[in-house]
Design a protein around this ligand. Structure first.
Ligand code: DX5
Ligand code: ZN
Length: 225
């Protein structure tokens, strides 16, 4: 049976209690912890330097999945990997020398990922999908949590899933933005493996455990089909 993974995004966490929130997510069955890095240039928001990654590393053994939404990410790879990033994803829009950047991530000891904005054609990453462990499909314009899932993402996930079926890549397909109880099943059915979720976990009214439980139930319902 296909394995589906849940990656809570701490962008939506309560930063006054970050350690507890991450521990709660781990106890509730999270698979990875997703950490968003924003530079105020590539995206209109600022968030999370290597110090936060280092702090997360102290409280969890889960893989830290770091999503770099920054210009010139090649200048920051080492500091995030040294801080504890296990998986490091860069945007194709920020990388003119993408083979070199992905190779550097692997040489520095992390699993490389490639991502792209909703307005970038999926063909833009086709040349490098055999080099990565993760393909991250942005299903909102990045920069903020709590935005609505863009339906056009489904066809993009299907295209990537087809490419994988044709043998062009073995990468996991990860989806980020607007993942909640109403979107997760169609995203999984389109072929995604990893589900990043911020608001629907950390801002879920009944709490983190209930938020993850709800997403997991939706996935279980289609896994038995
Ligand atoms: C958006 C970030 C996401 C964000 C998702 O730019 O990359 O990881 O935290 O938040 P939700 O799940 O609330 O859409
Ligand atoms: Zn993200």
């Amino acid at each position: 049976m296909k394995q589906h993974l849940i990656a809570p995004s701490i962008l939506a966490a309560d930063f006054t209690r970050l350690g507890d929130q991450i521990r709660n997510a781990e106890e509730a069955g999270a698979d990875w912890i997703h950490i968003d890095v924003m530079d105020g240039h590539f995206v209109p928001n600022l968030a999370m330097g290597p110090m936060i990654v280092r702090a997360c590393k102290k409280v969890t053994g889960l893989p830290l999945d770091v999503h770099l939404m920054v210009l010139e990410p090649e200048k920051m790879l080492e500091s995030y990997i040294n801080a504890g990033a296990n998986r490091l994803t860069v945007h194709i829009e920020t990388c003119p020398h993408i083979h070199r950047t992905l190779q550097s991530i692997r040489e520095l000891g992390a699993d490389p990922g490639i991502t792209l904005n909703p307005g970038t054609p999926v063909e833009a990453i086709r040349e490098v999908i055999q080099m990565v462990d993760t393909i991250l499909v942005m299903s909102v314009d990045p920069g903020f949590g709590g935005q609505s899932f863009l339906e056009s993402s489904l066809q993009r996930i299907k295209t990537l899933s087809n490419w994988r079926n044709e043998g062009l890549t073995k990468a996991l397909i990860e989806v980020d933005g607007g993942i909640d109880a109403s979107s997760i099943q169609k995203v999984a059915l389109a072929g995604a493996d990893v589900f990043v979720a911020g608001s629907s976990i950390f801002a879920y009214p009944a709490g983190i455990q209930a938020g993850i439980d709800q997403l997991r139930q939706k996935l279980s319902a289609i896994e038995v089909q």
